[in-house]
Each structure stands twice: as structure tokens, then as C-alpha cells.
Ligand binder design. Structure first.
Ligand SMILES: [Zn+2]
Length: 301
């Protein structure tokens, strides 16, 4: 099933642009573990494959580059770029374990984890990219969750995630960060990948509060914080923060020619991401503290 599509440049231009500049600029390396979350797994996979292409390209990474790495990735035959699901595992890889046939297999199991670990013992000339997700028998991509990517598998790979060999990137595709176990989340740099369908990029709840926030006076910061806190107490904070990210994404697209603003939006996305993480801790952090910290970062930094 073909998953690569250069359409990703039109679908998520902000993230492609971010990864392109991160890879080109040596001081801004891409993290070893990345977690993409959002409602559209296929879209996330396209982004992951494009990132793999940028990491492996032998030329300048141009969208129409015809180097062998780029061609292989477009054809999904690259030897070091793998989409890893519970179904992508041959019986022969799995010596003695007769119980788990690939058909009906419920999860990415420890044997698969071990296969990855031993594969990584051999050095590679390529930049290895492992994309972890799920799929059905027809090849439709599905997000990871705690059933198809269980804790025991993640534990087997923990050291590898922490200290991977150089030129190795792990990418996890999920619907929501809480769907994967915390050992993965805490080691990965998370990116919200908005669904392509613009109706899903809704920001109705936060529209009035966040509108043109970067133009606000510094003195407005406490009002901004208390409005945010009202929203967080009226709605699920996850929705509030997600809608704030939707808004910032839209502005990134609108102002993509303004480099300073573009990077401000990118930083703000990370701040919102961090606030969302703090709100989902158990026990959660005080909402007032979260909203004030976030407001100070967005308006004063
Ligand atoms: Zn290339």
C-alpha cells in the first residue's frame, strides 16, 4: 500500500518547513524519538516518510530529487526506512514463538523489539527511520495505543530509545499522547499534526480570546491568563489547548513569509504543548499556574 505522498507539502506546510530547516541547520538537530499525534494517521505517516527522505537525501532534499535514497523512499523500498506494525513481521523472524502467527496478531511484540535491537547492532550507511503505528488487514493505517504497542514491548526498547545509535530516528504515530505509555511519551519530542480536513482544525472556543495575541500589549498578560483559565474551567483543557494550537497553525500558514513570526509561532506551539502535558499529569498541575506560565511565555517572550 503506498503511503508516501509529496502532497504533504500542501497538507502540513508548517511542519515540513520546520523539519526541513531543522535538518539543514546543524545546531537544530531533529530528536531521536518523535511522537506525532492527531486525528489523521495517514497524514502523519506521509510526514514521517518525508522526514525520512530529508534525512536520507544525498543531494539538497528538493521535492523532486532523483537520488537513489529519495527514489527508494517514494517507492517505499528503502532498506533503512520501515513502517513497523504488528502485522509487518514474518514468522521466520520469530524463531520459536509459534503462538503468535502474524494473522490475528494483537500487538507489536517483544520478538519484534528484539529484532530491531539486533538490527541496530550492525551499523548502517543510511539514516534509519522506524515508523511505529498500526494497520488493518487492508493496509489502512491506524494509531498506536497501549494494546497494539504494549508496555512490555516499549520496555524492551527503552534503552534503545534513550540511546539510539547515531543516524537513527524513531517516530510514533498516535491519536492522543495518552494513548501510548508514558515511557515513550517522556522520551519523545511531541508534535501535534493537525488533520488536513480544515473542519477539524476548529478553534471556535478560543477564537475571541486568542485572536492576534502576538499584537497584545505586555500589560494584557494577566487578563490573557485569566481568560485562558476561564476557558480551561468551562471546557476540557485538552480541547482548549488543541484549539489554541489549531489557531497558531493557521497563523503560521498565513504569515509564513515572516520568519520571525514563524519561529515565534513555532515556539508558542511548543509552549502550548508543554501546558497541555502539565494539565494531563497525575495529579495535574494547578490550572492557574499553567495558564499564567503559558501566558507569560506567549505574550512576553
Ligand atoms: Zn534526494
Amino acid at each position: 500500500m503506498p503511503y508516501y505522498s509529496s502532497e504533504i507539502y500542501n497538507k502540513n506546510p508548517e511542519l515540513v518547513k520546520y523539519f526541513t530547516s531543522a535538518i539543514k541547520d546543524e545546531s537544530k538537530n531533529v530528536a531521536h524519538c518523535l511522537l506525532f499525534w492527531g486525528g489523521d494517521t495517514k497524514n502523519q505517516c506521509e510526514l514521517a516518510l518525508e522526514l525520512a527522505r530529508l534525512l536520507n537525501c544525498k543531494k539538497d532534499g528538493a521535492i523532486d530529487c532523483d537520488c537513489q535514497n529519495c527514489r527508494w523512499i517514494r517507492e517505499q523500498t528503502h532498506p533503512a526506512v520501515k513502517i513497523y506494525t504488528r502485522l509487518d513481521f514474518k514468522e521466520s523472524d520469530n524463531g520459536s514463538d509459534d503462538e503468535e502467527k502474524s494473522t490475528g496478531k494483537k500487538n507489536i511484540n517483544v520478538a519484534q523489539a528484539r529484532a530491531i535491537i539486533s538490527e541496530l547492532l550492525v551499523s548502517s550507511d543510511y539514516h534509519r527511520v522506524y515508523i511505529f503505528c498500526d494497520r488493518d488487514e487492508d493496509g489502512n493505517l491506524l494509531p498506536l495505543n497501549q494494546q497494539n504497542f504494549p508496555e512490555v514491548t516499549s520496555n524492551a526498547l527503552l534503552k534503545t530509545f534513550e540511546e539510539p545509535p547515531s543516524n537513527t530516528t524513531f517516530i510514533f504515530l498516535t491519536k492522543d499522547k495518552t494513548d501510548v505509555i508514558s515511557t515513550v511519551v517522556s522520551r519523545a519530542q511531541a508534535f501535534f499534526v493537525p488533520a488536513v480536513n480544515t473542519q477539524e482544525r476548529d478553534y471556535n472556543i478560543v477564537r475571541n480570546f486568542i485572536s492576534d495575541y502576538w499584537k497584545k500589549e505586555r500589560s494584557a498578560v494577566l487578563d490573557f491568563a485569566s481568560e485562558m483559565q476561564n476557558l480551561v474551567s468551562d471546557y476540557d483543557e485538552k480541547i482548549v489547548f488543541e484549539q489554541m494550537q489549531n489557531y497558531i497553525f493557521e497563523k503560521m500558514r498565513e504569515y509564513s513569509a515572516d520568519k520571525n513570526l514563524f519561529y515565534k509561532f513555532l515556539r508558542d506551539l511548543k509552549y502550548v504543548e508543554e501546558a497541555s502535558r502539565q494539565a494531563s499529569l497525575i495529579p495535574p498541575m494547578n490550572p492557574q499556574t499553567i495558564c499564567e506560565n503559558l501566558s507569560f511565555k506567549m505574550l512576553l517572550s
